[in-house]
Design a protein around this ligand. Structure first.
Ligand SMILES: N[C@@H](CCC(=O)N[C@@H](CS)C(=O)NCC(=O)O)C(=O)O
Length: 212
């Protein structure tokens, strides 16, 4: 039995469904076989209704037996501390996992999110395009030579990197077969499929509640 609770919104519009970052924490729990509950806060009041637990009014945040954390990356590393399926315990494997987890957030997502956001809001050929292209090409070279990023096996770093790379706008940008295959390998894992389906089911159920 685990005391892990993942908090997310009670509903989101169609667009972000399947991509809300609570999925990262669900996926990690599924990979590790950790029991968890999912609880929700109202999307409509998100600017103010949970600032004490997520200072930016965002999701997800995590409660592990009273220990509360926000930031999906921090939550993933916390969960990785609970089970070596997510991060090896040998120093080299652990260091590689840590570095690639931070790289997913700070070298890739840090560029891709503002890039696709600008595209989505009408600035199609924005100035970040060259930077994203360079980063994705560098990653493509890495992924051409290995199956997983760290320690020779799937870790929480792959979970996070694949979640960053699977965004459709990112996948549609350029011809990157090794990265395509990597994202497919990660998202074909039963743990991902379960986490994804459960997130969709939550928001679909919320549609029905809102319509009633
Ligand atoms: N750096 C944060 C980003 C969290 C984030 O962007 N959450 C989105 C959902 S995936 C959100 O809450 N968006 C609503 C908003 O910003 O109002 C993390 O990784 O936890």
């Amino acid at each position: 039995m685990s005391d892990v609770t993942i908090w997310t919104y009670d509903w989101v519009p169609e667009g972000p469904r399947g991509f809300v970052r609570d999925l990262r924490l669900r996926w990690a729990c599924e990979e590790a076989g950790l029991a968890y509950a999912v609880r929700t806060i109202p999307f409509d009041d998100r600017e103010t209704n949970h600032l004490a637990r997520q200072p930016f009014g965002q999701v997800p945040y995590l409660d592990d037996g009273g220990l509360e954390m926000f930031e999906s990356g921090a939550g993933l590393l916390h969960l990785a501390g609970k089970d070596d399926k997510l991060m090896p315990r040998d120093p080299v494997g652990a260091a590689q996992t840590l570095q690639w987890t931070i790289a997913a957030l700070n070298s890739i997502e840090m560029v891709t999110v503002p890039w696709w956001f600008l595209k989505m809001t009408g600035d199609e050929d924005n100035e970040l395009t060259g930077w994203v292209d360079k980063r994705l090409a560098q990653l493509e070279a890495i992924l051409s030579a290995r199956e997983w990023l760290a320690a020779g096996r799937f870790t929480v770093a792959d979970l996070l990197m694949a979640d960053v790379l699977r965004v459709p706008t990112v996948r549609a940008f350029g011809d990157r077969p090794a990265s395509d295959a990597y994202v497919a390998r990660a998202t074909e894992r039963p743990a991902f499929k379960k986490a994804w389906a459960d997130q969709l089911a939550l928001f679909e159920a919320a549609d029905a509640m809102r319509a009633a």
